[in-house]
Ligand binder design. Sequence first.
Ligand SMILES: C[S@@+](CC[C@H](N)C(=O)[O-])C[C@H]1O[C@@H](n2cnc3c(N)ncnc32)[C@H](O)[C@@H]1O
Length: 268
Amino acid sequence: MRLAQFIDEQIFYRLPTGVYFFFHFLSLLVLFLRRVVFGGVLRRDKSKSHKEYNDTKQVHDTFDSPYQQNILMGLYKGKLTKMTYRQAREVSLRPLYKMIEDRLKKQKKLKVIEIGCGAGFNLILLHRKFGDRLQLYGMDYAGRRVQRAKEQLGGHANLHTGSITEQTKYGENEFDIVFSSHCLEQIPHYLPCAIREMARITKKDIMLMEPAFSLANPAQKLYLIVSDFVTVMKEVLEESDLKLRSIHPNAVSPNPLNKSGVFILEKA
Ligand SMILES: C[S@@+](CC[C@H](N)C(=O)[O-])C[C@H]1O[C@@H](n2cnc3c(N)ncnc32)[C@H](O)[C@@H]1O
């Protein structure tokens, strides 16, 4: 176990939620100042990030592996709470389930795509819940993860390798729902391109389950800055051609510092 992980699990997670955030705020402040003072790079390196996600160690995991039942200390409704990876994922998908259920009242089948689908865990849950009422698609720029998703989903989803920052192979207005979960956070410097492409391929609805800087506390804000994750999601969306219908915190954030928000958008 790494020292940082040991300190986190044995000390930080035993503290009350407010104290946890206070300590993290101080340590992130030191990190932030060190980077500013020593001129470290705050910009996320796209190729490094791609390497990390395409790494074999990152893609060995399968949806039904014991790892998914490991306990983590996430944030549930603002409080540090013990949960498994699987529980965290299921709770975090609830807003998407609700959107899909609403649309299925009016339409028998829906064509849904996840941008940055990784190894396909969200798509697996969607398939288990909605069966063939959903025609599922997923895309990710890490080919190995797409391969892993294919192995796990079989013929239940159409999966492709590609970057959402460029024009994809999908047609205009092709999907009923386009969604992402902690993918756009990785591409701060290409965010407007990604939003434009998501807007092009949806008929109407988009859901982003991504960090919400505007809803974050000071420690979470510093975490997003130091990680060079997207901090201007709301502003970029407001400047896009999409209508931002609502932003609210997601009930669960598996990483307490990476505040998950739910952005609901539609094509004007
Ligand atoms: C934190 S993981 C989330 C994976 C999945 N959405 C989930 O919830 O399990 C972020 C994913 O976004 C993908 N990604 C990052 N930048 C991307 C881009 N420009 N186009 C497509 N996928 C991208 C990464 O390869 C990675 O699989």
